[in-house]
Design a protein around this ligand. Structure first.
Ligand code: NAD
Ligand code: DAU
Length: 359
């Protein structure tokens, strides 16, 4: 059994699907179901005995203790977070509470559980083989100029947004829990993901959604900010590889060597949509591109040096940006109902009916 936090979100849900493609080992998903957590992402697993779900908050120590004692996971994969930079600028409080304080509670309860595990065992969780994998971001490294080399694991943490600062803080906590208490922690820092189930507030799904809805495609500033794009399933496979073979106490950067300016990303999406779902008036979706005010403190360039995970663990991305973006646009075209549910509030109403105010 593994425990996944935040498994109803974009990457967590993709991770659980990828996990069951490779193993039958059960997964317990602990998720608060914030606006970003969506059980529809995991609907295919509703009757699957390998999958368990608990709605709850990583800040709830009693719940964490109960789940750990009941299910005896051999590993914890910590995805749960507030993840959107723009929201962190508008209201940083939840980012501090979940990403820093919540990670602290999770680390403390994990330490307590790990200390009580047997040193070794033939089957089941044991102290020697237990792992806590902290899923983090390249944003902790700050921003790059066009001349800088890509971020290596040895780069200092120089976060610029409230989101990045909260993730950097949790990286430091995870690192310290290894250094001080010996907890077998692994940390991954990944670049921008894209693919199925991403909430349409992030650039790629937002552009697809707005394009089809005939709305403006907002380009922040001059649109020449660079991000390093990775197809989400490649990220999930990298996490599995780190869990299986990573060295406790080590950090692994994950990225696809796929740097692109935002303008190029948006134009590519428009081109794919022009071919797959031409506008009724025969004109191109690129006409909807609209330059808007820049994000405050907007990081200019992220780029990941993924040499360590490639060299030490043999991981390589399988998808190029060109193939991944075609798959992604195709997924959103086929799942208009999913997009409608998360954007209209229908899904939130279902969560409230199902769970009330708890979470
Ligand atoms: P997301 O916002 O789509 O999902 C986050 C999930 O966490 C949601 O299901 C939400 O309900 C849950 N959650 C939030 N607060 C919680 C709490 N207090 N207790 C329990 N569950 C809670 O995020 P994502 O894009 O899937 O990102 C997952 C992780 O990967 C995050 O830690 C993020 O920092 C990291 N990351 C994301 C990217 C990216 O491009 N999206 C890249 C690198 C790293
Ligand atoms: O680098 C990894 C990070 O990538 C993750 O840690 C974050 O959780 C994830 O949200 C993502 O952060 P970004 O801020 O890079 O992603 P976002 O999709 O919000 O924006 C991508 C780029 O596009 C960024 O330069 C801002 C720009 N942008 C974004 C939006 C939403 C626009 O120009 N217009 C938009 O409407």
């Amino acid at each position: 059994m593994i425990l996944v936090t935040g498994g109803a979100g974009f990457i967590g849900a993709n991770f659980i699907h990828a996990w069951f493609k490779h193993t039958d080992e059960p997964v317990l998903n602990l998720d608060k179901l914030t606006y970003a957590g969506n059980l529809a992402n995991l609907a295919k697993l509703n009757d699957d005995p390998r999958y368990l779900f608990t709605r709850g908050d990583i800040n709830d120590r009693d719940l964490l203790g109960t789940l750990l004692n009941q299910h005896h996971p051999r590993a914890i994969l910590h995805f749960a977070a507030e993840s959107h930079v723009d929201r962190s600028i508008l209201g940083p409080g939840e980012f501090i509470q979940t990403n820093i304080v919540g990670s602290f509670h999770l680390l403390e309860m994990t330490r307590d559980y790990w200390n009580r595990l047997p040193d070794t065992s033939q089957d089941g969780a044991n102290k020697r083989d237990f792992r806590f994998l902290h899923v983090s971001t390249d944003e902790v490294y700050g921003t790059l100029t066009p001349e800088d080399p890509p971020f290596a694991e040895t780069n200092p943490h120089l976060p610029n947004s409230p989101y990045a600062a909260s993730k950097a803080a949790s990286d430091h906590l995870a690192r310290a829990w290894h250094h001080t208490y010996g907890l077998p922690v692994l940390i991954t820092n990944c670049s921008n993901n894209y693919g199925p189930y991403q909430f349409p507030e992030k650039l790629i799904p937002l552009v697809i959604h707005n394009a089809l809805a005939g709305k403006p495609l907002p380009i922040y500033g001059d649109g020449m900010q660079v991000r390093d794009w990775l197809y989400v399933e490649d990220h999930c496979l990298a996490i599995m590889r780190v869990l299986a073979a990573g060295q406790p106490g080590e950090t692994y950067n994950i990225g696809g060597w796929n740097e692109k300016p935002n303008l190029e990303v948006v134009r590519t999406i428009c081109g794919v949509l022009d071919a797959a779902r031409p506008r009724a008036d025969g004109r191109g979706y690129a006409e909807q591109m609209t330059f808007v005010q820049d994000r405050p403190g907007h990081d200019r360039r992220y780029a990941i040096n993924a040499a360590k995970i490639e060299r030490e663990l043999g991981w390589r991305p399988g998808e190029s940006f060109e193939s991944g973006i075609v798959k992604t646009v195709g997924w959103y075209l086929e799942h208009a109902d999913w997009v409608a549910d998360v954007t209209s509030g229908a899904y939130r109403q279902w969560v409230e009916r199902q769970y009330g105010g708890r979470g």
